[in-house]
Design a protein around this ligand. Structure first.
Ligand code: AMP
Ligand code: MG
Length: 406
């Protein structure tokens, strides 16, 4: 492929996914307490059943089925609280048992205490009972030997609880993908600094770090790099030496002050250059030493949309996540707006909000300023609508809406 080829959005996404290596990641064995949000490296197999013993689902009396009918009174032969080992149940007796208490050998049902009348050392049953009633069976939740959590799962609250339930204190997780970021542009200042003429604040740094960290990447932030070939080459080499992926913002167009393309060509290889995407278009992809390189356009909305639609699937696969989708499959809703100026050649992502109209239908509203630098559109919107090249929109058209993942 030449570096000048114009790729469709789908081609660019496939191209990036094909190049997302997944086998190069190290693993770490970490305590469960620190594992939230990490990606499981190996299937987690249960070495024991959950629950480990047959136990009572109720406070009541463990009995032999044959001993119990309505009106029968039995002596209480033992008391089984949760956490205590029971004695075998003597024939013709009942065992007082509490929720979670281990079913004594010989018992085959639990009568809940609400169906009994307790006497000083005996109990009278108000009704009969059926086999297995109120008994939680060993292995009912997890059978020994089963895969409880498959490799590639990002560990959420329930997964951590389940891993604890099978007794695992340490889990093997993928080492976080190390992503170096830097931002090109002599115009960039950090928020908090005073702006002099011609300067702007480095907004890309803040959303980009946020979306990377939310995806579980370990971010190395090299800050702003001046618009010079030498500085860009130095930053690239430094970033590539310590990280798995180098991600840059700005400087990937063809202007005299755009040095990223040339710097990557000198330090490594550049494989991809232009994508038929709006907002967006310039996207650099390549390699510097052993690191993958991705160069996002500098315009904030271009960079953001390009990141969500193309780069985040690549990073997810690169992280070993099985689904590769940060953006979920679209839902179709009615448009409440018109769009009469479609781009004939590029797939367009409009910033929209979904809302209920007076008839209770979900409709899509368009942010009025769709410029590639208008970050307000991203903050106002709650998702994107994808339009094919040349697709205009009339009120009432059903459009594919993809919610933002935050
Ligand atoms: P570039 O891709 O470097 O040509 O930049 C395109 C536009 O995005 C220019 O108007 C830049 O000033 C702006 N821009 C580049 N980087 C950033 C950044 N980190 N934060 C905000 N705006 C930026
Ligand atoms: Mg620039």
């Amino acid at each position: 492929m030449t570096t000048q080829a114009l790729l469709s959005v789908a081609e660019a996404r496939d191209f990036l996914l094909q190049r997302a290596r997944t086998n190069s990641q190290k693993t770490e064995n970490i305590h469960l307490m620190r594992a939230r949000g990490r990606v499981l490296a190996r299937d987690l197999v249960a070495n024991r059943a959950v629950p480990p013993h047959d136990n009572s689902a109720m406070d009541g009396y463990a009995v032999r089925l044959a001993d119990v009918q309505a009106g029968v009174t039995l002596p209480v032969s033992q008391r089984i609280a949760a956490g205590r080992a029971p004695q075998p149940l003597a024939v013709g007796t009942a065992a007082r048992i509490f929720t979670g208490g281990v079913i004594p050998p010989g018992a085959d049902a639990v009568v809940m205490q609400e169906d009994t009348t307790a006497n000083s050392d005996s109990v009278t049953f108000n009704a009969g009972v059926s086999l297995g009633k109120n008994i939680r069976r060993a292995g009912e939740d997890v059978e020994k030997g089963t895969v409880v959590i498959p490799a590639g799962t990002r560990l959420g609250a329930a997964h951590l609880g389940l891993a604890a339930a099978i007794g695992e204190s340490y889990v093997d997780v993928l080492a976080p993908l190390r992503v170096a970021v830097f931002f090109t542009g002599d115009e960039l200042c950090e928020p908090g600094e005073t702006l002099s003429v011609g300067k702007i604040y480095n907004s890309n740094r803040y959303w980009l770090r946020a979306v990377l960290e939310a995806q579980g990447c370990a971010v190395r932030d090299l800050g702003v790099v001046p618009d010079s070939l030498a500085a860009t080459r130095l930053a690239l080499a430094d970033a590539a030496a310590t990280c798995d992926v180098v991600l840059t913002c700005g400087g990937v167009s063809v202007g005299e002050e755009d040095h990223v393309k040339h710097a990557v060509e000198r330090e490594g290889e550049l494989a991809l250059w232009k994508v038929a995407i709006k907002p967006g278009k310039p996207l650099a992809f390549g390699r510097v030493n052993k690191a993958d390189f991705v160069g996002l356009p500098g315009n904030p909305v271009s960079g953001f949309v390009t990141f969500l639609t193309l780069v985040s699937p690549f990073l997810r696969k690169r992280q070993g996540l099985p689904d590769n989708t940060l953006l979920t499959a679209p839902s179709f809703y009615k448009s409440e707006f018109t769009w009469g100026k479609p781009d004939p050649h590029r797939t367009e992502f409009l910033r929209v909000k979904h809302a209920q109209n007076e008839q209770g239908e979900t409709v899509l509203k368009l942010f009025p300023h769709q410029g590639s630098g208008v970050l307000t559109s991203m903050a106002w919107a709650d998702g994107l609508v994808e339009l094919a090249p040349g697709q205009s929109v009339a009120v009432g058209d059903m459009l594919p809406f993809t919610p933002f993942p935050w």
